[in-house]
Ligand binder design. Sequence first.
Ligand SMILES: [Zn+2]
Length: 225
Amino acid sequence: MQITTTKIIRSARKTVVIEITPDGCIIIRAPKRLSMKAIEELVHGKDKWIRDKLQEIQRQQKLFQPLRFETGDKLWFLGEKYTFTVTDGSGMIYLQGDKHYFPREQLERGTEQLSRWYKKEVERILLARTEYFSGLTGIKYNSVKITSARKRWGSCSSKGVLSFSWRLLQAPLQVIDYVVVHELLHIEHMNHSRQFWARVEEILPDYREKREWLRQNRWLLMFLN
Ligand SMILES: [Zn+2]
């Protein structure tokens, strides 16, 4: 795999951190005065880790197949795989069995219509899940916003506004729950401290699996690009 860029960012930090972005760029965060030789050595020592990460990104890029809006295409809804099926029937988009029916007359504006369908579904599900976990934890939020984000599944603003990408609806419900709990808890902890993760674990003891699922399936964020 080709490494696109390696960027070194120097700052007042004390340690070196190597970061791989989802599109395969390597970013090295280093202290201001650390020599290039020392950085090179550190990166060299992390060689295997970097290679594994890049391979993982490559694997995910292979999994991603853009929707061509043709019968036989695959798409995901709540963790289940459906076969995209073009119909001549009524103007409705709907799921039945393992098929995702889509009217021919809407094909011209397919991306727009399909993302609108997902957004409508996501509102119903995400509002209910957020409300549920808010009641469970006693954490009050301001509002829920549905976005088309492609870089992240969810976020939380300092004003208590929770945002979720409608693309999250491709994930299983338990994974959606993890993202909801994660963002909701950010109202209490605006960081990823040990206390934050302990609180996540209290509510969802198997959250690590869900977090891993999201890592493994980041390519779903590219859906309907
Ligand atoms: Zn977070």
